[in-house]
Each structure stands twice: as C-alpha cells, then as structure tokens.
Write a protein that binds this ligand. Structure first.
Ligand SMILES: [Zn+2]
Length: 209
C-alpha cells in the first residue's frame, strides 16, 4: 500500500510492519518477524523491485520482530545494515535485554544479522533523518522522511488512535515518555508505526502528551 510519494507499507508483513522507500537509494525500514523473508521478497516483487535494489536497511531497534529477516534480506541484497550503537550488541546476540524482553529474546531465536554501520546523530541516510527516541529500548530511533514519521515502537496505533508502546516492554518508561514529547515537536503528517496501521495528522500526537 502506497502511503505517499516513494513510501510504501508492506502489508504482507502485518504483525510487525516493514516500510519501503523507493527512489534513487531504496531503503527498507525494519524487517519484520522471522521466517517471513519470502513474504518480504514477494512484496518487493509486487512493486517491481528485487532485493539487490535495496541500498540500506534501517533498524529502528533490537527487537526480534524487527530484526527477524534482516540477515536473509541483507544476504539477498548486499544492502548496508544500520542500527544504533546502543542496540547493536543485542542485535548481534552478544547481550540480552532485561525482564520480558530477555524471555522473548531467549525463546524467539533469530538469525542474528551483522550490522555494518551505526547511526550518527543528525545523520541522513537515503534522505531519511535519524531521530533518537530511546525508552522502548536504549537505542530505539524514529526515522523522518519529509512529512512521514516512521515511529518504530515508540508508539502504536489502533482504530486510528495513538498510544505509547506497551509499558511492560519499556526499557525505561520515563525516557520513553520524554522521547514521545520530543518527537512530538517535530513536523510530520503521516505517522507510520510497526504495530497498527499508519495514521495521518500531527494533532493525533496530542493524545500522547
Ligand atoms: Zn515491535
């Protein structure tokens, strides 16, 4: 489903959505739950693309439902895989989170991908600005492309309404709330989360403040 110019939601990845930016340097945002790489490839094919067209894969954070197909897609594409430096040891499987996250990371084994590059503050990759938004995990980021905010798991949507990502999964609840306030100061119109459908209208963010 096309969201706006050059921005697509890969609906086949429902459960933990993946977004695709087309254009000169195509970018995948997150990679969904493991075992779905064939669905991701199909979604690319339906848009007339092959994995080798992907220049960058940007991970919003370390969770298994976001990095699940990163290794497979990276191998099929030769794309550069990016993450925050804080979440990198978890993505590489060298460290586990705490609490519920530790249980999930222990039970849901993924093929850990190798991250090629870590984000620098204020950096733009393929026209996408990296916006640090810690709280859900230590190194969670949002991504801003024109008037489109890729929110990762900072927030989620249901029936057109926004809510913070679940507090039982928050690495740090007060830092999560602070990130929600900070991201709310940015200019955007389209809000694209991993969990729940995209919504439109910056004013929807007010419900979170
Ligand atoms: Zn998630």
């Amino acid at each position: 489903m096309q969201i706006t110019k050059n921005v697509y939601l890969l609906e086949k990845m429902k459960g933990s959505y993946v977004y695709l930016l087309t254009g000169q340097e195509p970018v995948l945002i997150d990679t969904g739950m493991k075992g779905k790489s064939h669905l991701l490839m199909q979604a690319l094919d339906e848009l007339g693309m092959i994995p080798k067209d992907i220049a960058h894969i940007l991970l919003t954070h370390q969770d298994v439902d976001h990095i699940g197909n990163a290794k497979a897609i990276k191998e099929a594409s030769n794309a550069t895989l990016w993450s925050s430096v804080e979440d990198l040891p978890y993505i590489h499987g060298q460290k586990k989170g705490t609490g519920v996250r530790k249980v999930i990371q222990t039970l849901m084994k993924v093929d850990h991908p190798h991250v090629d590059q870590t984000y620098q503050i204020g950096q733009k990759i393929g026209g996408i600005e990296i916006v640090p938004a810690p709280g859900h995990t230590p190194g969670h980021v949002c991504l801003l492309y024109g008037d489109v905010l890729f929110a990762g798991d900072l927030i989620m949507t249901k029936s057109g309404k926004l809510s913070p990502s679940p507090s039982f999964l928050a690495w740090n609840k007060s830092i999560l709330q602070r990130s929600i306030r900070e991201v709310g100061k940015l200019r955007f119109d389209y809000i694209c989360p991993a969990h729940g459908d995209p919504v439109r209208g910056h004013s929807l963010w007010d419900a979170l403040m």
